[in-house]
Design a protein around this ligand. Sequence first.
Ligand SMILES: Cc1cc2nc3c(=O)[nH]c(=O)nc-3n(C[C@H](O)[C@H](O)[C@H](O)COP(=O)(O)OP(=O)(O)OC[C@H]3O[C@@H](n4cnc5c(N)ncnc54)[C@H](O)[C@@H]3O)c2cc1C
Length: 409
Amino acid sequence: MNYVIIGASASGMSFAKELRNLDKNCNITLISRDENVYSRCMLHHIISGHRTLKDINFVEDDFFNKYNITWLKGQTVNDLDVNKKILYTDKRSVKYDKLLIGSGAHAFIPPIKNLRESKSIYALRNIEDALSIKDALETKEKIAILGAGLVGVDVLVSLLEKNKKVSIIDMADRVLPLQLDKRSAKVYERKFIEKGASIYTSAKVEEVILDETNDPKAIKLQGGQIIECDMVIVATGVKPNIGFIREGSMEINRGIVTNDKCETSVENIYAIGDVRGVSPIWPLAMKEGKIAARNMVGGDERITDSFALRNSMNFLGVPTVSIGQVNPPDETYEVLTEEGSEYYKKIVYKDGVIYGVILQGEIDYCGAYIELIRNKIDVSHIKYDPFNIGYGDFFEISENGEYKFKAVV
Ligand SMILES: Cc1cc2nc3c(=O)[nH]c(=O)nc-3n(C[C@H](O)[C@H](O)[C@H](O)COP(=O)(O)OP(=O)(O)OC[C@H]3O[C@@H](n4cnc5c(N)ncnc54)[C@H](O)[C@@H]3O)c2cc1C
């Protein structure tokens, strides 16, 4: 059996390892545009200079030898013929019996006047991007970051460490709008401002103002406000890498459509990770790699947990965990908060079930909250402080000494 994998990142690598563990004899070929294996989540550490490419490798140095995988690195798949079961890279054609697509995503560059035309515009998706940004910072001083999500804020913190003058701009009314509420976002905003950042929220970029050489001079916001800059970093989301898929040959929506077994609409082709356009986060890509490998060799496993609404972060020494629905969707949800000078906690619940939690400053018991939210456990009978729910309230020890989740208290 010839298995071919597109992608050498979270999804492709986790799939390859699991597949080899399950089938010692099959042929596995992995094709990637990437020439190195590295964690994209760590790219901001390359910009800050805290880590090297070697430091952000997330597999063993001899991975491909150890798992007996042929790696066609530095090759881009340009075309896929699903009828003939063959794909074409820029260097050769490769036949497969079963194909795993883990081609991920690329940075989305929004249609803002002059943005694409401008020089000194960067996105952060690949190691090449991180190294280019690092090089550019040798001469650039005033950087505007478009987008205050996790990637934008990661970059912001790296640049503040380099003592650059940084402005971060987002349409939402706070930084990290998907992960935080206004109160918890404010804690970070204050810290960033103390370190010298300028923060523009509820702000829409109208135009990049260019100089005569097409370098950016400033960002113009709707309403006319001008933010001076000599470099722009775009962190406004991602789009799946699906350019090699022939139109009409596979079901595509925001990304490649799959069922919960990771099967695409084409027999013997599976897709996992960011290319599905569902929830572009690392742990989900890794988990889907395992699920797809097990299913491809005849198993029947499903994606049961989208991981979508679970984030942990630690910016400028303040840890935060955000789980589930942290901003109540309507008035039928109740909100409990507790705060001190160094911490903030919030629980969003309805009919005795917790739907979302923010823990900032003190993040104890976040694992227990994840289980309560995931399993929709009724906590209404817990009479004491809901902010002090711990593992002990919901976990029991089985006969073999293993801890397991006790659904009913
Ligand atoms: C700066 C940054 C910070 C992040 N921080 C976090 C974080 O803190 N937590 C978190 O959960 N997630 C984070 N993410 C998101 C996380 O990195 C992604 O969810 C994860 O990398 C997805 O893995 P993937 O394998 O699906 O795709 P990708 O990592 O995008 O990898 C795609 C692979 O496919 C290859 N490829 C693409 N197209 C082709 C082609 N046509 N031919 C051949 N090869 C191709 C690429 O070379 C690459 O090897 C971050 C991402 C970035 C960029």
